[in-house]
Design a protein around this ligand. Structure first.
Ligand code: AHR
Length: 308
């Protein structure tokens, strides 16, 4: 009699049982769209069932989504928090229901760190420092005073707070680098364009540097600068964050001088973390993806490699 063949267990069918609720904060930028895609694709790949809710920049909607996930008794809740504050009560609700929370991309400010398992995302403070270091080097032979404007992201969000303080931490070394104006422009092309228009109306060619907290705002600002009759990348040094393909194309044209990379492709790391939680393993409190800084010299070569 031939030996009975053992049936291999299909890992996808086992993991089909894992259900993750993900509260995405919105779709404000190309970065965010790539981030949503990465998470959806990685869940599919891992055979994990993903309940995806887009909160369109509303913290209230994020709370509703999380309550919905608790009602559905999902295995793990992942959330990308639109702003840093106000999370304690809802995270308590999830904790009471015994559902682990993973923070994806942005961080929260809570006094009890046991309210979430881990934060998977970039070191925004370091990104701000990288932007500052580039600027110090770029303008090392240029005498001051040097006027800087800053397009910040969403007010109260962790990347806005941290990028701003990392940048100041470094440029503070040179007293003649002066941030003349800093305004939130919500990480969007439209707000970037409008806010830069206003800066130019007020300060015109006194602006020597733009630090944009993301590529979308930098792209909007470039339109405003050209409309005003100045040359982006030459008259105004432009430093941006993210590293989208569109921004790289503008760097190839010499209109952006430096891009600090912020990696949106967090899906595979997130699904791995979900699996480890389900296996009862302990995760580090902070998981930071690999990121680089790109300047004009490498723009052409790198532009072709961009995945988002
Ligand atoms: O939280 C990450 C930031 O949010 C990205 O830099 C920005 O593009 C996005 O909207």
């Amino acid at each position: 009699e031939p030996p009975v063949k053992e049936q291999p267990i299909d890992p996808a069918s086992m993991e089909q049982r894992i259900v993750v609720g993900f509260s995405q904060l919105g779709s404000e930028s190309d970065w965010r769209k790539a981030n949503s895609r990465s998470i959806q694709e990685a869940a599919k790949e891992a055979g994990i069932r993903l309940l995806f809710e887009n909160a369109e920049q509303s913290q209230e909607k994020q709370f509703e989504a999380i309550r919905g996930f608790i009602d559905k008794k999902v295995d793990v809740i992942a959330v990308s928090p639109v702003i840093e504050s106000g999370w304690e009560p809802i995270l308590q609700e999830a904790k009471l229901a015994g559902i682990p929370i993973i923070l994806a991309d942005r961080a929260v400010k809570v006094s009890d760190p046991s309210l979430y398992v881990t934060t998977i995302g970039s070191d925004f403070f370091e990104e701000g420092r990288k932007a500052g270091k580039y600027l110090l080097d770029k303008l090392r032979n240029e005498p001051g005073p040097i006027g800087i404007v800053e397009l910040q992201g969403t007010a109260g969000s962790s990347p806005t707070i941290e990028r701003g303080s990392g940048f100041r931490d470094i440029i503070g070394e040179r007293g003649d680098l002066v941030i003349q104006r800093a305004e939130p422009a919500d990480f969007t092309v439209e707000q970037g364009r409008e806010t830069m228009r206003a800066f130019l109306q007020e300060m015109g060619s006194d602006i020597r540097v733009l630090f944009a907290h993301n590529d979308d705002m930098a792209i909007g600002a470039i339109e405003a600068i050209e409309e005003y009759g100045l040359r982006p990348g030459e008259d105004i040094v432009i430093i941006s964050v993210d590293g989208t393909r569109k921004a790289f194309e503008l760097m190839v044209e010499g209109k952006i001088n430096c891009i600090v990379e912020c990696n949106p492709l967090l899906g595979p790391i997130l699904m791995q973390a979900v699996r480890e939680i389900m296996e009862g393993r302990t995760l580090p409190k902070r998981i930071v993806p690999q990121e680089s800084v790109f300047t004009e010299g490498v723009a052409e070569k790198e532009a072709a490699n961009r995945q988002y």
